[in-house]
Ligand binder design. Structure first.
Ligand code: UDP
Length: 238
């Protein structure tokens, strides 16, 4: 018999880059398919799951502003990029027999539901995988902040940040051979040491509401389920 499940409700943050695979833009159907499989596996095991998806594989407001565009317009485009990614994930989940709902923080009624907290919780309780799109709905924020916000709002037990590295390091492991990985960190250590975990607003929100955050390597198949069974994979910030 497998180990018992450690969580009842989780919020998973997937960056837009996580969906690109080896490409430098857009969505790799194989990668999004594998992530959908892992998300469905966790839901079928009885864990309620919401997902916040980023948009950096398509547009980022800061990048567009650096190229001369009005920042707020750039952020609107970034938020719309997250909606496209969420629609792609909804499609991938439903083609595999799962149930998903895109809930957007900006109103696009022909395409997605609005984010209404109580309705989102109801979907999650019914076993639907809720894909939170358009970040917080406000410019100058990130989808990391949206993930922390939604995790707190829906009462998740754990916020997971899926990355391509196996946790948080003392320095960039790609450039510093002597960098070591942290197993655990406090919120204040992340902020004081300026560790590239999530932006400060997201970490502060987690800290103020006691939301545990685990950063893990989503490129290793099965990691999500292993964490659900209590394995200490990656770095825990609490
Ligand atoms: N964005 C925003 N408000 C939010 C969330 C996102 O304006 O609450 C915009 C912002 O321009 C951001 C883009 O959407 O660069 C894509 O989100 P993010 O960079 O967080 O995506 P990720 O890095 O996770 O792929």
């Amino acid at each position: 018999m497998s180990a018992p499940l450690n969580y009842r409700r989780i919020l998973l943050k997937l960056s837009g880059e996580a969906l690109m695979g080896e490409a430098d833009y857009g969505i790799d159907p194989k990668v999004i398919g594998r992530l959908a499989d892992e998300i469905i596996e966790v839901q079928k095991a009885g864990i309620q799951i919401g997902v916040v998806i980023g948009g950096g594989n398509i547009f980022r407001g800061a990048g567009l502003a650096a190229a001369g565009m009005d920042r707020v317009t750039g952020d609107h485009m970034g938020m719309l990029a997250t909606v496209m990614n969420a629609l792609a994930m909804q499609d991938a989940i439903e083609r595999r027999g799962g149930f998903a709902r895109v809930m957007s923080a900006i109103q696009i009624h022909d395409v997605s539901e609005d984010f209404i907290r109580r309705r989102a919780i109801r979907h999650i309780e019914k076993g639907r995988i809720v894909l939170f799109a358009a970040g917080t709905g406000n410019p100058f924020f990130t989808t990391d902040s949206a993930a922390a916000l939604r995790a707190v709002e829906v009462g998740a037990d754990l916020l997971l940040k899926a990355t391509k590295v196996d946790g948080v390091y003392t320095a960039d492991p790609a450039r510093h051979k002597d960098a070591t990985r942290y197993d655990t960190l406090t919120y204040d250590q992340v902020i004081e040491r300026k560790l590239a975990v999530m932006d400060t607003a997201a970490i502060a929100l987690c800290r103020d509401h006691g939301m545990p955050l685990r950063i893990y390597d989503m490129t290793v198949p099965g990691n999500l389920m292993r964490i659900m069974h209590g394995e200490a994979i990656g770095t825990l910030v609490s």
